[in-house]
Design a protein around this ligand. Structure first.
Ligand code: NAD
Length: 290
């Protein structure tokens, strides 16, 4: 009997996922690794499927032979109720972006948070975490906050235009990470918070090509502050330019975007990808898209 090498089928479930750079990133690395690896988008909006039917969509994917799917906005929380198992990091965060279809059923992981942590550790080695400010308490900000606390942040202050959202996230994080001090604050307090902080992580959409600008007063940046932006379209945001001009160490959003894909690729295929090659490819894709 001839032995057929394993092939891999993966997908990305979400709304408006058509332009995502994740499928080309995964497939190019699959080709480079000599794997037979297909990764497709499953755009719920385009298919006129309501996000609350994500459990059904997972069932179809399992039936059709998918090995795994990534799950993105707006399904990262909804999907939890439809999984057989959730790994502890994703369960603690309450959001899943990777689902594996295994012989024992569906298993959820969150490589946004593991990816931010890995990108942060590699891109800003030795960065101090005594006092950190997070600007943006949405889905991505939640994954970033979780990563910063897992990495050992002692005091985290969450700021958002939506003060209630910032407060709710700070309370949830405080309950989950009792060893840390987590507080919510408002934009007008940044003039007090940032001079004392070691670092600021930015997780609002401000700075994206379609939302140009900087979310907060850049004159508050100072050389003792590291600045991590998670916006990656463009990679060199106005915030990062201002941060470099102010003498800050910086981390661009490509680190998280690539590291979440690196972690997902390994979960899906069991093969450790070449992270540097994936990063080069991703940066080329972003350059070509702009
Ligand atoms: P979201 O809509 O869930 O949350 C955005 C948050 O920012 C909201 O709480 C909102 O109140 C706040 N906000 C909006 N405008 C603001 C402003 N002007 N000032 C202050 N706060 C403001 O969005 P999200 O999914 O969390 O994504 C946020 C950004 O992160 C997007 O730019 C997205 O592209 C980026 N992102 C990057 C990665 C990565 O891998 N690098 C992953 C996910 C998201």
């Amino acid at each position: 009997m001839t032995h057929r090498p394993k092939s891999y089928l993966a997908g990305l479930i979400g709304t408006g996922v058509g332009p995502s750079l994740t499928p080309p990133m995964h497939m190019a690395e699959g080709r480079a690794q000599g794997l037979d690896y297909v990764y497709r988008t499953i755009d719920l909006a385009g298919l006129d499927i309501s996000p609350d039917r994500v459990g059904e969509v997972l069932g179809w994917c399992a039936t059709l032979g998918f090995d795994a799917v990534n799950v993105t906005h707006p399904c990262k929380q909804i999907v939890l109720a439809h999984l057989d198992r959730v790994d502890p990091v994703a369960a603690r965060l309450g959001a899943v972006n990777t689902v594996l279809f295994t012989a024992e059923g569906t298993v959820g992981h969150n490589t946004d948070t593991t990816g931010f942590a890995r990108g942060f550790t590699e891109g800003l080695p030795g960065a101090r975490l005594d006092d950190v400010v997070l600007v943006g308490a949405g889905g991505a900000g939640t994954a970033v906050a979780d990563a910063l606390l897992r990495l050992g942040t002692a005091h985290l202050t969450v700021v958002d235009l939506d003060v209630e959202r910032a407060g709710a996230l700070a309370r949830e994080l405080g309950d989950r990470y009792r060893e840390a001090r987590v507080e919510a604050s408002s934009f007008d307090k940044l003039s007090v918070l940032l001079p004392e902080a070691n670092g600021v992580a930015h997780a609002t959409p401000v700075g994206m090509a379609e939302h140009p600008g900087i979310a907060f007063d850049a004159t508050l940046l100072h050389p003792d502050l590291w600045v991590a932006d998670i916006v990656y379209r463009p990679l060199d945001t106005a915030l990062l330019q201002a941060a470099r001009a102010a003498g800050c160490r910086t981390l661009d959003g490509g680190h998280m975007a690539v590291a979440q894909a690196v972690d997902a690729f390994e979960l899906i295929t069991g093969v450790a990808p070449d992270a540097a090659r994936m990063s080069r490819h991703f940066r080329q894709l972003v350059a070509n898209a702009s």
